[in-house]
Design a protein around this ligand. Structure first.
Ligand code: KG4
Ligand code: ZN
Length: 362
């Protein structure tokens, strides 16, 4: 049995977790800084770093208390070392180094994007699924504040990026859209709430890179996303509404939020299902903060072909958390792949080309 202590500080969540053998989350403690950043309408990196510094000890203690184990039981320290906000990452990485030295345990650097994908396998029989050949290929839709990507994972662990956003990420489009509508930060949950019961067809929004604008979709973009045009369309609709003042405010906000959210959900779900069909995926994964979205979850359930298994990450493992880091870190620990104490943090990292958790690879 191995217990991995996971640490996540890449953005505005300070998180520590204790995960057994990549499959059982004994504790997943998260302290969110949302209230601190909300006043600025988005995450301020230096502020995030200071908050992480203050919160880490408390969050780590909470993880130990919940798990009911002490530091002596920990076998390795896994930490997100990129991609993310540099000042924020540096705090987590430095903290992890301190713990690793102090506890005399190996240090393991983890890729945040890859950890999000693993987050979809932390509940129920996820770990077992990964050991079965029939689970592969896996098509993963990773949608967060920083990413909107489609990745194909094969049974030997090979990962291929099929596409990504060419401008804004889905979460970024929701966050910026929410700001425009005066709904606050983070935008995803705010828009979801405002959109409840709204008319999704009332306002028209484009569906970029889906080949529906009357011209054929370039092959190079078939698995790419683009959301900045949707955001610009929102800006124009808001301006127009302000000028004409034709609608009552609450109806306008509800229907425009619903139509805007629908445009994003429609593109994400249709492209993910198309990619899954094109590559004969056996499993479709939806992970990252935007995977919390109720409408996206419903749509994926509606569209998933009966021959494919849908793995929606549990909401608590969608937004940033350390359980996904402790879970992913287990595989590196099992394989004896450790990071040196000189481990660096990276705002950006090359696209992933291999995952350690495709267990059939062994
Ligand atoms: O994965 P995450 O916590 O951080 C990054 O790695 O970026 O994702 C944060 C993003 C934010 O853009 C937030 O608005 C979005 O996830 N999000 C949602 C929902 N909850 C969080 N988007 C849509 N619907 C939600 N319920
Ligand atoms: Zn994230």
């Amino acid at each position: 049995m191995s217990l991995i202590f996971g640490i996540e500080t890449s953005c505005d969540e300070t998180a520590c977790a204790i995960v057994r053998d990549g499959r059982e989350v004994l504790a997943s403690a998260v302290a969110t800084q949302i209230a601190k950043h909300a006043a600025h309408g988005g995450v301020v990196p230096e502020l995030a770093a200071r908050e992480h510094l203050e919160a880490l000890d408390v969050v780590a203690e909470e993880a130990f208390r919940t798990a009911g184990v002490g530091p002596e039981s920990i076998d390795a320290v896994a930490v997100t070392n990129g991609p993310g906000l540099m000042p924020a990452l540096l705090v987590g990485v430095s903290y992890a180094k301190g713990l690793a030295v102090n506890w005399g345990r190996p240090l393991i650097g983890c890729n945040h994007f890859m950890a999000h994908i693993y987050g979809a396998f932390l509940h129920d029989d996820g770990y077992l699924l990964l050991t079965r050949k029939e689970t592969y290929p896996i098509l993963a839709l990773v949608v967060s504040g920083g990413h909107s990507s489609l990745v194909l994972i094969e049974e030997d662990g090979k990962a291929t990026h099929l596409g990504c956003t060419i401008d804004d990420a889905a979460g970024e489009a929701l966050d910026k859209g929410s700001k425009l509508l005066g709904l606050g930060y983070p935008g995803g949950p705010a828009i979801q709430k405002a959109a409840a019961g709204g008319d999704v067809k009332r306002y028209h929004f484009p569906r970029p890179l889906t080949g529906t604008a009357g011209k054929a979709l370039a092959l190079e973009h078939q698995y790419n996303f683009s959301f900045s045009g949707v955001k610009t369309a929102l800006l124009y609709q808001v301006r127009e509404a302000r000028e004409t003042n034709a609608d009552t405010k609450s109806d306008f906000i509800r229907d425009i939020s619903a139509s805007y959210q629908e445009a994003i959900v429609d593109v994400l779900s249709r492209k993910a299902i198309k990619a899954a069909r094109d590559f004969n995926a056996h499993t479709v994964v939806v992970a990252g903060g935007v995977a919390c979205n109720g409408e996206l979850r419903r749509r994926m359930q509606q569209l998933i072909p009966p021959s494919m298994l849908l793995r929606l990450a549990e909401p608590r493992f969608c937004t940033d958390n350390a359980a996904m880091v402790g879970g992913l870190g287990y595989y590196y620990f099992r394989d004896g792949v450790f990071s040196p104490l000189s481990l660096d943090a990276f705002a950006r990292l090359p696209k992933i080309s291999r995952v350690p958790f495709a267990a059939v690879a062994q």
